[in-house]
Design a binder for this molecule. Structure first.
Ligand SMILES: *Cc1c(COP(=O)(O)O)cnc(C)c1O
Length: 369
């Protein structure tokens, strides 16, 4: 039996007819840049998340770059974030000429450890950028309290957490700006690149709208040097169709996770994701901490089960950030987990047979060992 890590073919089967029709409507209208479908998606998303303003842009990475720019963060400023995340979290800070300051993670949630944030704050700190990694919400009570105490902005990198909730409230809606990615492998994926910023502040919303079109307003008059980063009309039309399915897909992922908790909970060589009692997670990934990860990976691959390591090298050890002076041993939890984590299939369309096959294959591996 084959179980890919993600099966886009299965995801698209039921939605393709509606998507084809939506694409056809864009092709008839010819509003390729900022067509009415972009505003329609923004309105729909802002309603889904319960956040006042949604500003579409070209990618999740650009959403972060725009968010930092909109908050006026740049040269000489510091932004606190996690080293255990996708590269774009920190590169967006760097690309605005500000300095990413890393803080280690909580070994249970893989997310920024709030107990370590305050000691990293300096007079140059302007913002905290928590990442809701794998869809698991960060402790937003603790993070918002620290931000308020020190008068810092909060940018939530919610690329992996669309629809997740902390204490009953949507991730993305706690900080000054929240960002989304619609990269095809995210829970709400486009058929290409796309992203979005969300905010409850009218001022920030206006600034973000301006920054995504070269910083111009009115046309050909530039107050800031912005980006060319619009959400493509075709992608907006596709995402609007898919957004109607998102809640159902999230629930299916949670059911799949439940299956793993029931059937893998007693395997001593692996730890299943810890979920905080206040967290409602949508499992963009289901990530194990595994003994003998290399061996398990090879076994799963031999049995045609997809799996992947997110992420093998923490950001403070990346060559491009050498100037920041990070070295091995700086963030021991991130470094240890980078060597032990393994994500296994969790996508919505998995069948019970497939889930059972994954469970049996993992059990079989450790029994042999
Ligand atoms: C995917 C991702 C991004 C970047 O999104 P793109 O749309 O690929 O540019 C940023 N942060 C995190 C945590 C991500 O997972």
């Amino acid at each position: 039996m084959k179980v890919p890590l993600l099966d886009l073919h299965a995801q698209y089967a039921p939605v393709l007819p509606a998507i084809r029709q939506a694409i056809d409507e864009v092709l008839t209208g010819h509003h390729y840049i900022m067509g009415p479908e972009v505003k329609a998606l923004e309105d729909k998303m802002s309603q889904y998340l319960g956040i006042k303003y949604a500003i579409g842009c070209a990618s999740g990475t650009d959403a972060l770059v725009l968010a930092i720019k909109a908050l006026g963060i740049g040269e000489g400023d510091e932004v606190i974030t996690t080293p255990f995340t996708f590269f774009a979290t920190a590169s967006s800070i760097w690309r605005n000429h500000a300095k990413p300051v890393f803080v280690d993670i909580d070994p249970r949630t893989f997310n920024l450890n709030p107990d370590l944030i305050e000691q990293a704050i300096t007079p140059k700190t302007k913002a905290i950028m928590p990442v809701h990694l794998f869809g698991q919400p960060c402790d937003m009570d603790a993070i918002m309290a620290i931000a308020q105490k020190h008068n810092l902005a909060v940018i939530e990198d919610n690329a992996q957490g669309i629809g997740s909730k902390w204490d009953g409230k949507m991730t993305c809606s706690f900080g000054d700006i929240g960002t989304l990615s619609f990269f095809p492998s995210k829970n709400l994926g486009a058929m290409g690149d796309a992203g979005m910023c969300l905010t409850n502040s009218e001022d920030l919303a206006n600034k973000l709208k301006q920054l995504r079109v070269h910083g111009e307003n009115p046309k050909y008059y530039h107050k800031w040097v912005g980006l060319n980063s619009r959400l493509d009309t075709l992608q907006a039309a596709i995402l609007s169709i898919k957004l109607d399915y998102l809640q159902g897909w999230s629930e299916a992922r949670r059911k799949n996770a439940e299956y793993y908790y029931q059937h893998l909970g007693d395997v001593p060589q692996i730890k299943l994701p810890y979920i905080h009692p206040k967290a409602w997670t949508i499992y963009n990934q289901f990530t194990l901490i595994a003994e003998d990860r290399q061996g398990l990976m090879k076994h799963l691959n031999d049995k045609e089960i997809g799996c992947a390591v997110y992420y093998p090298l923490p950001l403070h050890l990346q060559e491009c950030f050498a100037l920041l002076g990070g070295k091995k041993g700086d963030f021991p939890v991130s470094e240890e987990l980078a060597e032990k984590v393994l994500s296994i299939p969790i996508y919505s369309e998995l069948t019970t047979e497939q889930l059972d096959y994954v469970v049996q294959t993992i059990k079989q591996y450790y029994k042999q060992g």
